[in-house]
Design a protein around this ligand. Structure first.
Ligand code: SF4
Length: 211
């Protein structure tokens, strides 16, 4: 028997943008709401939740076991009071990334590879994030600072690969992406947008996939 054909529906660019942007804007953003949604007794909120807010998209919340405060996915996103403790030997810049910033928003720690911190926004906030204190406002490579990035890359032809990072570059609207093609280098994108239910990539031909 012939199998029925599976057709990928065409989606307009505007509708596609609405889908993933609504999925992002509807994220749960408070510890109390997380506890309520998961059927847990309210817990005292860590002060760290004020500086690095809770952010959990619905699709990620759906994967957390209700009623289990030790579910590993919940531990990934729920602020822990131990985050407020100041520990000797610990740093807000554990990877010494500010020393590696060649121009605002371009980190170069290793030969042959550079990383761009395109945005401070993420689809989800992971409590272990080593960039939670990163000075994104001063270190954005976009807008007027983009020329300095291009100049640096032209002066360093040994850079063979560019990593697009942040934050999460896929939280930027398509129009917010810098024109990376003039850099003439292969680009890799770091993203956690797979936890958003709506597909992030748009393809005018009508076939798109999740990132
Ligand atoms: S940069 Fe990565 S680790 Fe940090 S909060 Fe965003 S998704 Fe999580």
């Amino acid at each position: 028997m012939n199998k029925p054909a599976r057709i990928i529906p065409r989606t307009s660019r505007a509708k596609h943008a609405r889908q993933w942007q609504q999925a992002l804007s509807g994220a749960v953003d408070s510890p109390a709401e997380l506890d309520r949604r998961l059927g847990l007794a309210p817990r005292p909120a860590a002060g760290a939740a004020r500086d690095f807010r809770v952010r959990v998209p619905e699709a990620f919340l759906d994967r957390i076991r209700p009623g289990d405060p030790d579910d590993p996915l919940l531990r990934q996103v729920f602020p822990d009071p131990r985050e407020d403790a100041v520990q000797p030997g610990y740093s807000t810049d554990p990877l010494a990334e500010q020393e590696a910033m060649a121009v605002p928003g371009l980190l170069q720690k290793y030969p042959g590879r550079a990383l761009l911190t395109l945005t401070g926004a993420c689809a989800i906030h992971c409590r272990y994030c080593f960039r939670r204190h990163f000075p994104y406002a001063e270190a954005s490579p976009r807008g007027a600072r983009w020329q300095a990035v291009l100049d640096h890359l032209r002066a360093h032809p040994d850079v063979e690969e560019i990593i697009l990072s942040g934050g999460d570059p896929l939280t930027l609207a398509d129009a917010g992406w810098p024109p990376v093609s003039p850099t003439s280098r292969p680009c890799r994108t770091c993203s956690a947008c797979a936890c958003i239910p709506a597909p992030r990539w748009y393809c005018p031909s009508g076939s798109h996939r999740r990132c």
